[in-house]
Design a protein around this ligand. Structure first.
Ligand SMILES: C[S@@+](CC[C@H](N)C(=O)[O-])C[C@H]1O[C@@H](n2cnc3c(N)ncnc32)[C@H](O)[C@@H]1O
Length: 257
């Protein structure tokens, strides 16, 4: 018996991995976070499967279901939104499973920050402009560790992907403005890859107003950084004709086509 912690992807049911979809279709118990995982993902469950939405459950209630499945010898598809490795609240479940001797395996998924980049049609790292992406959140009811305050992270001017922060956008902009500048591009993607996806783009100076007008108050990825609009970045060395690597020899003048 095993619990498979599966990343369902950001919304589009086609964005779960093949392995994740096969496990959802095979496991006799499917426990999914119904707040963000669309029902189409768990509609793949076999007809006799027990399919439960964990969005209204406590950790103790979730663990009771996993323990009962273990006692019955039933595999569980534990389906989480995006990728389980970021802001997934999966670590606490894994810690309890380890203590209870319940085996588990993680099946990764497409995170909402990469889905947001995809629907914006952008790459989050660009040669010589930005080679770092910071995945973080604004400080709300969950306190931030002392060394991870947004104004401090902002000093790097790396591409920022902010989860769970849309209701704190005012504060986010206030914290970022001194380092990134008012003209720094910002984008908010609400429900990336869902049928009711909304994209708002602007700069730190106008994004708050634009998001207010769009009435986005939940399930949004906030991306900030020059990569969002840059067009004068350097080309990567990977495809440069004069660059050799393990898969290709550099071409010289007069060589090749
Ligand atoms: C509990 S976290 C889960 C993140 C998830 N593990 C992931 O990899 O995307 C929920 C937050 O992720 C972001 N999120 C999840 N799905 C999203 C989507 N389809 N579009 C935009 N943001 C999304 C929002 O910031 C939301 O508040």
């Amino acid at each position: 018996m095993k619990v498979y912690i599966i990343g369902a992807g950001p919304g589009d049911p086609g964005l779960i991995t093949v392995k994740g979809a096969e496990l959802v279709a095979r496991c006799p118990v499917v426990l999914y976070t119904g707040s963000l995982v669309p029902v189409e993902v768990v509609a793949r469950a076999r007809p006799d499967a027990t399919v439960l939405d964990s969005s209204g459950m406590t950790l103790d209630e979730i663990m009771a279901i996993l323990s009962a499945a273990r006692d019955a010898g039933h595999d569980v598809a534990r389906v989480h939104t995006g990728d389980p490795a970021v802001f997934g609240s999966t670590a606490e479940q894994m810690r309890r499973m380890a203590a209870l001797g319940i085996a588990y395996e993680i099946i990764p998924g497409v995170s909402s920050f990469t889905a947001a980049a995809a629907v914006l049609g952008r790459e989050l790292t660009l040669p010589e402009l930005c080679q770092t992406v910071i995945l973080t959140r604004a400080e709300g009811r969950t306190p931030m560790p002392l060394k991870e305050k947004l104004p401090d992270l902002a000093q790097h001017q790396a591409t920022l992907a902010l989860f769970l922060s849309i209701t704190l956008l005012d504060e986010v902009v206030r914290d970022l403005m001194p380092s990134y500048g008012a003209d720094c591009p910002a984008a908010v993607v609400h429900k990336a890859t869902w049928p009711d996806q909304v994209i708002v783009t602007g700069t730190l100076s106008d994004i708050v107003e634009k998001v207010r007008e769009a009435k986005i108050r939940a399930t949004a990825m906030v991306l900030v950084g020059r990569v969002l609009t840059a067009s004068d970045f350097a080309e990567s060395r990977l495809y440069a004709a004069d660059f050799s690597h393990g898969y290709r020899r550099a071409q010289h003048v007069g060589e090749g086509t």
